[in-house]
Write a protein that binds this ligand. Structure first.
Ligand code: FAD
Length: 388
């Protein structure tokens, strides 16, 4: 890109920080503006597909990420009451052997990953401004100006909306785009591994499949924590975000009669987040002039494939690469979209389909021929090799 004006990244989440690191490594000036007043722990467990690992390797931080992660488990499907194996193989790995560089899927805690990415960005001299909630933007042929709720503003060559699932940048670019509630909610919580241990005899990862609900649990954070997510079909309308909590009693009622390991983990739950699941129609484009979107802001998807974070990370890398290669901003943004829209649209559709297939399984009559879709298209892609 032919300018010394900074790229303004709005949001210090996983995609925004990855973009900032990649931009700084490419020698481009970058500022990150984050709404939160401090970068505190938010979120739960994440699956990092192989595409994200390729990005981290290219950015020189793969070992740091592996150090806070665990190799992903086999995630076998088990019957919700008697734990009969419905699909896959029991997961007997101990979750600790990881050479840090192998091309494997990993699980990690979102807050740990964010900490690694912030440290990497700061080492490269990236300024991360907190307390900067974007509320407006203007652009002309030469620059873009971001306006923040605290009355401040920033000026740059490009503005990247990496501001998550309820993106202000997306709402400003494409007003009237309403998410649709799917009548599903997720309960998400963590259990320290020592407290979880009595309930992990069936292996370190598993998805219990029951009528209109599933319970997924896996070891992460170097084996120290078990991440739990209960997905439930419901008539209750619930918002999305990290701020809605639920009691252990509520979750226990939702999974009444389930396997003792599920109920035991619920009994040991730390703070529980309740998150409504919303579907969004993929946007026909992500960019207007000098402004574009990435990650959940561009293409929030249902969580049934655990691919959202990896897509945000891959987007961040691809956007930086396009801005590095193309002298003109709008050509670079077009090149970025062309590289990323087909893949994220595929993942969006596959995630939705995976949810429908999993929720339709009758665990009492299930036979493996009705197996859910293969994850290879998600996990096998190398965005660095594919380029932009
Ligand atoms: C129930 C559930 C389970 C999931 N499980 C998985 C999983 O297993 N694996 C996986 O890969 N993904 C999973 N995801 C998805 C994953 O959490 C997201 O896809 C990922 O965090 C998106 O990254 P991002 O950078 O786009 O946004 P985020 O990481 O959400 O970051 C957005 C940032 O922007 C900031 N921000 C917001 N508004 C503004 C503003 N106006 N101005 C400035 N800053 C702003 C926010 O404070 C935040 O720091 C799950 C999601 C849900 C709902």
């Amino acid at each position: 890109m032919r300018t010394n004006d900074p790229v303004l990244v709005i949001g210090a989440g996983l995609g925004g920080l990855t973009a900032a690191i990649a931009l700084a490594r490419a020698g481009l000036s970058v500022e990150v503006h984050e709404a939160a007043s401090e970068l505190r722990e938010t979120g739960a467990g994440l699956t990092l597909g192989r595409g994200a690992q390729h990005v981290f390797r290219d950015l020189g931080i793969q070992r740091e990420v592996a150090a806070i992660a665990c190799p992903a488990g086999a995630l076998p499907f088990l019957h919700y009451q008697n734990a009969r194996l419905l699909m896959g193989a029991p997961d007997r790995g101990d979750g600790r052997a990881d050479d840090g560089v192998s091309d494997i899927v990993r699980h990690c805690y979102r807050a740990d990953l964010q900490t690694v990415l912030i440290a990497a960005a700061e080492r490269l001299g990236v300024a991360i401004q907190t307390g900067r909630r974007l509320i407006g933007l203007e652009q002309n042929a030469g620059k873009v100006i971001a306006r923040f709720a605290d009355g401040s503003s920033a000026s740059g060559s490009v503005l990247v909306g990496a501001d998550g699932v309820r993106s202000a940048v997306r709402a400003l670019l494409f007003p009237g785009d309403e998410p649709r509630y799917t009548n599903h909610l997720a309960y998400r919580f963590l259990v320290p591994a020592d407290q979880a241990e009595p309930f992990m005899a069936l292996g370190r990862s598993a998805i219990f499949i029951g009528p209109k609900r599933t319970f997924n649990r896996y070891t992460m954070a170097g084996g120290k924590v078990v991440n739990c997510a209960g997905l439930v079909e419901t008539d209750e309308v619930v918002g999305e975000g990290w701020s809605i909590s639920a009691s252990r009693d509520e979750v226990a009622r939702a999974f009444a009669g389930w396997h003792p390991d599920v109920l035991g983990l619920i009994e040991q739950a730390g703070p529980i987040i309740k998150w409504g699941l919303y579907d969004r129609t993929p946007l026909p484009r992500w960019s207007v002039g000098r402004v574009t979107l990435l990650g959940d802001a561009a293409h929030a998807m249902l969580p049934f494939l655990g691919a959202g974070a990896a897509m945000a990370i891959e987007d961040g890398w691809a956007l930086a690469r396009a801005l590095q290669l193309e002298p003109e901003v709008e050509t670079a943004l077009a090149r970025y979209e062309a590289a990323r829209r087909p893949r994220t649209e595929l993942l969006h559709a596959m995630s939705k389909r995976q949810g429908e297939v999993t929720q339709a399984i009758n665990p009492d009559t299930f036979v493996p021929s009705t197996a859910p879709l293969s994850n290879e298209a998600v996990m096998g892609f190398n965005p660095v090799e594919a380029g932009v």
